[in-house]
Design a protein around this ligand. Structure first.
Ligand code: CTP
Length: 396
């Protein structure tokens, strides 16, 4: 999504300005052309040299300076931008933008652009929560600006509160989402499940599995970046929450079934990447089970099969984690669960399956097409699956 896109990164005078270097670096590494515009106060916190070195572009700070490339830089940048991101955005720049004031390079660029604008505020908790700032943010939001954060955490003053710059992953996730708005899944509603369900035994123990949630999260992010409206239903994982995705947290298979039923009531596609427990304890002990006996027998009963039981007219994509006869077993599951696609992977392969960032899968479709993919990152696998979903959606 970011490759070959022009991103105007506005940096203003907050201590969090140093974090903008990291944002610029991540965007540049992802192939974007990053045009940094700094306010004068931003240059007190971080130098244009740092940003220029990271982006290999001339950093613009002065409204009245002609650059070799641009005649009227703010107009040229405003027109070239695919998206404008102000991170960090101070209370002052937010107030100026809300009032339409354009007295420096950054505010002129924002006022002149037709590109989407993302604002990531960073300031003290009192400044952030001041009704004036909140009114200004609400005004910008109503005008279509996308506000990311602020986050709760340690502030420059040492106090803990709201006002921190949003996590960099969240800012970059939002940029991806905004850039993908008109992509091939624009307007499609996609439900993704992720992670391994946890079936409680007693108040402190559960039966779980080794799913990390990485494949499902990669699916959700890829669908978001291609313009879909994504609902992610996730069992507990240690992964950061993707930005721009509607997230429901669940623990058990039964809770996941209910969440899937609700989410798919209005969906075009369900992608079941979660590793759902097949069995759950017949009853959950109310108190912690003490080790009184040399052996312990748990009676387990079947969980609902979510894919088989969920009702509705949408594309159904399942996963099949297999350790033998991978394609044949996956095909059987596709038939049994009445799926449109099944993504089979051999979990005995060390580069595939649980915990790792890569996956080697075979995509099998209802019409019999079998596509064996090479070893790819989970994100690349997600995009391959979505390519097939796009084809299926086009036929409906
Ligand atoms: N699945 C589901 N509900 C369950 C179990 C699995 O919806 N109770 C979904 C998974 O999310 C996956 C697909 O069904 O998309 C296949 O899961 P898998 O565990 O491979 O198959 P099972 O049906 O559980 O069969 P088995 O464990 O016997 O191989």
């Amino acid at each position: 999504m970011l490759a070959n896109k022009t991103i105007v990164l506005g940096i203003t005078g907050s201590l969090a300005a140093y974090k903008a270097a990291n944002i610029a670096s991540k965007l540049t590494q992802a192939g974007a052309r990053v045009e940094v515009v700094m306010t004068e106060s931003a240059t007190k916190f971080i130098t244009p040299l740092t940003l220029g070195s990271i982006t290999s572009r001339l950093v613009v700070t002065n409204l009245f300076e002609l650059t070799p490339e641009f005649n009227v830089p703010h107009i040229a940048l405003a027109e070239a931008a695919d998206v404008v991101v102000i991170a960090p955005a101070t209370a002052s720049v937010i107030a100026k933008l809300a009032a339409g004031i354009s007295d420096d390079m950054l505010t002129c660029t924002v006022l002149a652009t037709k590109a989407p604008i993302i604002i990531a505020p960073a300031m003290s908790a009192n400044m952030f929560q001041n009704p004036i700032t909140q009114d200004n943010l609400a005004k910008l939001n109503a005008r279509g600006f996308i506000i990311v954060g602020s986050a709760y955490g340690r502030l420059a003053s040492g106090k803990i509160g709201l006002g921190r710059l949003a996590e960099i992953e969240k800012i970059i996730g939002t940029i991806n989402q905004v850039l993908g708005r008109s992509s091939d899944l624009a307007g499609k509603r996609i439900v993704v499940t992720a992670g391994g369900t946890q079936e409680p035994i007693d108040p402190v123990r559960h039966i779980g599995n080794r799913s990390s949630g990485k494949m499902g999260y990669a699916m959700a992010e890829a669908a978001r970046d291609r313009g879909a409206e994504v609902k992610l239903i996730t069992a507990p994982t240690s992964l950061p929450e993707p930005a721009g995705v509607n997230i429901t947290h669940i623990e058990t298979a039964t809770q996941m079934k209910k969440a899937v039923a609700e989410a798919t009531a209005q969906a075009d596609t369900l992608i079941m990447a979660a590793a759902v427990a097949d069995y759950q304890p017949k009853s959950i002990a109310k108190a912690k089970i003490k080790k009184k006996t040399p052996t312990l027998t748990l009676e387990l009963v079947r969980t609902p099969d979510i894919l088989t039981e969920v009702k509705g007219d949408f594309i159904r994509v399942g996963f099949a984690a297999e350790s033998e006869d991978v394609v044949a077993n996956a095909r059987q599951k596709l038939e049994k669960k009445k799926l449109d696609l099944i993504v089979a992977n051999d979990i005995t392969d060390k580069d595939s399956g649980f915990g790792v960032d890569t996956n080697k899968v075979t995509i099998i479709s209802r019409d019999g097409k079998v596509e064996s993919l090479p070893l790819l990152t989970k994100r690349e696998v997600a995009d391959k699956i979505l390519d097939r979903v796009v084809e299926l959606l086009a036929k409906r």
